[in-house]
Write a protein of this length. Structure first.
Lengths: 274, 260
């Protein structure tokens, strides 16, 4: 089994990098109650990937469509601006706007793939192909994730303040909209790159489930981050290790392990409360 | 006495929708002002103009240079789902002093503990915020406002949703803070009865009109009846003012029902 895992070690490293960054940022996603913003951003990233395939198939875009990450990033960043700046001013409730973005982006992605050259072969990119991660891929993921995480370490108290109590932050002179945009940008950037390899389900998993586990187990913010990152990494390693010898799809196996960890955390919390 | 905030013929609007116009008043140093009015009257709009998060569309709102606010938001503005300790929350009041990208120092933590002591909950510093009662949460938010060493303490609906005991304790605490150190206080509330017995001046906002003055100038039957447009009684019991809307006579009520 270890030989098989060693064979796919680059894929494991990639999964660990995605787990690390998404689990850490997922704490904000869950605490700010923007889980479906995360899902919609991931869906918009999917749309960017699908649009790339279609455009490349019909010979439009050249370099811009040769690498799906470019349009994926563009679509995600458009979503970031849309969700971080326009939510309060709109007449339509925020969750309805998120729903519209989610379903329209999802449908368009399917339509683009359906009409893309060799569309069925590209479905793997929408579902993710974690085992296909190469050394170059995870190094790119690391190059994006490390600055994002450093930014979060440096501006931890700013992101925390504007997430916990916007009105007071504003009263103390914080430019809340700009900080919110920066927070969303880091989330969007991480999603766009992770989506290239992990697919919608696995990215959404890492954004939500480890943070939920952390919130169930920890009593302070640092504990939540620690548990979220720890269980995110653990789910990646365990899921990855189980999927290869048992010939299971890697992404869903990691999600199943994450789900199991949430259930265990919930049971621990129930025992503590007694 | 110097003014901390001065409104000079200020018009406050959201886009083209004018909420209040031609406001002229001051908040002098040492004031204990209640900003009172029903929901939707424009209290929050005035508050935003005071805090500087809303610019007047006409006229001016001037804040004294180096003016520092201590802000206590409405309770539902704060997300109590965050797993924060009481001390962590209070420390947020010093974040702007600490500076962007920097961490609070031991001196900041000592000040935060002192602020908790000033509001009477020093022993709760390590408790999770979620475990506190409504009154304790409000004390935590007041401590956070105080820890920034403000010139002007602003409280937005500080007693909404609280029981009688907690309301009395919180309002008593705010008055004590004002009397103890001469701290300037602006308290925003829709509950005239609560505010009238604690503050020294009242600003009354109602359907676009704005009146400000000493409590006796505002809380009297003639002024309140004119502002609210219904007969209002102001009684006194054991030194406490009680404001009541006069009930309609039963006959008139019956007539209303017949006519309906």
């Amino acid at each position: 089994m270890l030989d098989a895992i060693f064979l796919f070690r680059d894929a494991l490293y990639g999964a660990l990098v995605i787990a690390l960054v998404c689990s850490a940022l997922g704490v904000y996603v869950v605490l700010r109650r923007i889980v479906f913003v995360g899902a919609s951003l991931a869906q918009m990233s999917t749309l960017g990937i699908a649009a790339s395939f279609w455009l490349a198939g019909v010979g439009i875009g050249g370099a811009a469509t040769s690498n799906p990450v470019i349009l994926s990033l563009l679509a995600t960043l458009l979503g970031v601006v849309f969700f971080s700046t326009g939510m309060k001013r709109a007449r339509v409730p925020a969750d309805a706007r998120i729903g519209v973005a989610y379903v329209v982006a999802g449908a368009l992605a399917i339509l683009f793939i359906a009409k893309a050259a060799a569309g069925e072969a590209h479905d793997i990119f929408l579902q993710g192909n974690i085992l296909g991660i190469t050394r170059a891929d995870w190094l790119v993921l690391l190059a994006v994730s490390v600055p994002v995480l450093l930014l979060h370490v440096v501006f931890y108290k700013e992101f925390l303040f504007i997430s916990f109590d916007q009105e007071t932050a504003r009263a103390l002179g914080y430019r809340v909209e700009r900080w919110t945009l920066l927070l969303y940008l880091t989330i969007g950037l991480s999603i766009a790159f992770a989506m290239q390899f992990a697919g919608l389900m696995l990215v959404f998993n890492f954004l939500v489930l480890p943070a939920v586990t952390g919130l169930l187990l920890a009593r302070g913010m640092s504990g939540v981050f620690s548990w979220a990152i720890g269980t995110g990494l653990a789910a990646a390693v365990i899921g990855f290790s189980l999927s290869i010898p048992f010939d299971l799809p890697t992404g869903p196996t990691i999600v199943a392990v994450s789900g199991l960890l949430v259930i265990l955390a919930w049971m621990v919390q129930r025992i503590r409360e007694r | 006495m110097t003014a901390l905030v001065t409104f000079d013929h200020a018009t406050l609007a959201y886009g083209r929708r004018v909420v209040l116009s031609d406001l002229t008043f001051e908040i002098p140093e040492g004031d204990f002002l209640g900003l009172v009015g029903p929901n939707g009257a424009g209290k929050t709009t005035i508050l935003r103009a005071i805090l500087g998060t809303l610019d007047p569309s006409a006229g001016t709102v001037t804040r004294r240079p180096e003016l520092r606010f201590g802000y206590v938001p409405q309770r539902d503005q704060v997300d109590y789902g965050f797993p924060l300790r009481v001390l962590d929350v209070v420390l947020m009041g010093r974040y702007d002093r600490v500076g962007i990208g920097r961490r609070p120092t031991r001196a900041d933590r000592d000040r935060a503990r002192a602020a908790l002591g000033a509001v009477g909950i020093a022993e709760l510093a390590k408790e999770p915020l979620t475990r506190l009662s409504g009154g304790q949460k409000q004390r935590t938010l007041i401590a956070r406002a105080l820890v920034g060493e403000p010139n002007l303490l602003v409280l937005d609906e500080p007693t909404t949703g609280m029981d009688l005991v907690s309301t009395t304790q919180i309002l008593g605490l705010v008055r004590e803070l004002h009397e103890r150190s001469g701290l300037t206080v602006l308290m925003v509330s829709h509950a005239l009865n609560e505010i009238a017995n604690y503050v020294t001046r009242i600003a009354l906002v109602q359907e676009g009109s704005f009146r400000i003055g000493a409590v006796d100038e505002i809380v009297n039957e003639r002024t309140l009846s004119a502002v609210y447009g219904i007969p209002v009684e102001v009684d006194s019991f054991d030194g406490h003012r009680i404001v009541l809307a006069r009930r309609n006579p039963p006959a008139a009520k019956a007539g209303d029902q017949r006519g309906a």
